[in-house]
Design a protein around this ligand. Structure first.
Ligand SMILES: C[S@@+](CC[C@H](N)C(=O)[O-])C[C@H]1O[C@@H](n2cnc3c(N)ncnc32)[C@H](O)[C@@H]1O
Ligand code: SF4
Ligand code: SF4
Length: 303
């Protein structure tokens, strides 16, 4: 570990009890260079306000201690924008059996053989840029084409579908289907309980029709679109509460340990990986439904 802080000077991580957490995620920074309209990080806070931070040596040591205490096998590196702390992330990834990064792609795509990098884009260029910022689509395209496609990194493009960009689902797939990436994934908006944006679906039956559009692009491009139709069917209004519960009671993602950066530069645990104050009854997190599908079917989640 490249650190000038003696290990004995590293403060103990926050006490999260004695449970095992096979999976965890860490917001390595709250800071982000973009300010996407749907972002749950921005809705909870202004992440670019100066806040106590955790230096690299402390974060590496705390992640290692939490790994050993809770038997964490997989870690998802998130933010804010995790690539703002690229050196830290690249040092921390080997600490876990499985590591992955979710990035906005504007700082380049890291080469992490054997690991997963999810790159967020929220529709075709004409829809992405009003959400993610002018010029962002092109910047990400250049970064994707600049990487060595044979470096052993799994790279997925991910569109977060909202009521605003839903009309762009098919155009998005047409625009990116020949890019040198492993595949294209879709997840849906997760609102807060007091959501006042127009990004969600007040009547979930309207979301059902959008889910059908994702199912249609999956059928059209089965090898490029990585979504699982059975999982998408479970997200529909007549079934979704089974996988989530009204307050996350049945949600598989709540078995993960979400490590957010809190006051005093210490980790704090949020209700789930989408933060606090979330509306589980309208949750669109694909992983929740895919996980539930595999639990019901008794199949491994990456199947
Ligand atoms: C919070 S971002 C952090 C990593 C990086 N900055 C990025 O944009 O990929 C992680 C993912 O969460 C998605 N996201 C943000 N707010 C969301 C929300 N309210 N509901 C569902 N997904 C959301 C983003 O689109 C992105 O794909
Ligand atoms: S790039 Fe990621 S963290 Fe930054 S505002 Fe957009 S969704 Fe949020
Ligand atoms: S918002 Fe979604 S991911 Fe979070 S606890 Fe509720 S159902 Fe689970």
């Amino acid at each position: 570990m490249s650190s000038f802080v003696p290990v004995s000077d590293i403060r103990e991580p926050t006490d999260f009890g004695d449970r095992d957490f096979p999976g965890a995620l860490v917001n390595v920074t709250n800071v982000c260079n973009l300010s996407c309209r749907h972002c749950f990080v921005f809705r909870a806070d202004n992440p670019n306000k100066p806040k106590d931070k955790m230096d690299d040596a402390t974060m590496l040591a705390q992640l290692e201690r939490l790994r050993d205490k809770h038997h964490i096998r997989s870690m998802l590196f998130m933010g804010g924008e995790p690539m703002i702390r690229k050196n830290l992330v690249l040092q921390a990834m080997p600490l876990f059996q499985q590591s992955s990064i979710v990035t906005n792609g504007t700082y380049g795509i890291p080469s992490v053989p054997g690991h997963l990098v999810t790159v967020s884009l929220d529709g075709p260029k004409a829809m992405n840029d009003p959400i993610r910022g002018e010029g962002v689509f092109e910047k990400v395209r250049e970064a994707v084409f600049a990487r060595d496609p044979n470096d052993g990194t799994t790279v997925m493009l991910q569109m977060t579908v909202t009521r605003e960009n839903a009309p762009g689902i098919e155009a998005f797939v047409e625009e990116v289907k020949d890019w040198p990436v492993t595949g294209i994934a879709f997840t849906f908006y997760v609102p807060s309980v007091d959501d006042e944006t127009n990004l969600g679906w007040p009547d979930l039956r309207d979301r059902d029709r959008v889910i059908d559009q994702v199912i249609a692009v999956k059928r059209k491009h089965p090898d490029r679109v990585k979504s699982n139709i059975a999982a998408l069917e479970l997200m529909k209004s007549d079934r979704c509460l089974e996988a989530t519960g009204a307050h996350g009671e049945t949600c598989g993602l709540r078995r993960m340990l979400p490590l957010y950066m809190g006051e005093g530069g210490n980790f704090e645990r949020t209700f789930c990986c989408y933060g606090n104050n979330v509306d589980c009854t309208r949750c669109g997190a694909y992983a929740v439904f895919n996980g539930y599908h595999h639990r019901m079917a008794g199949t491994p989640e990456d199947a």
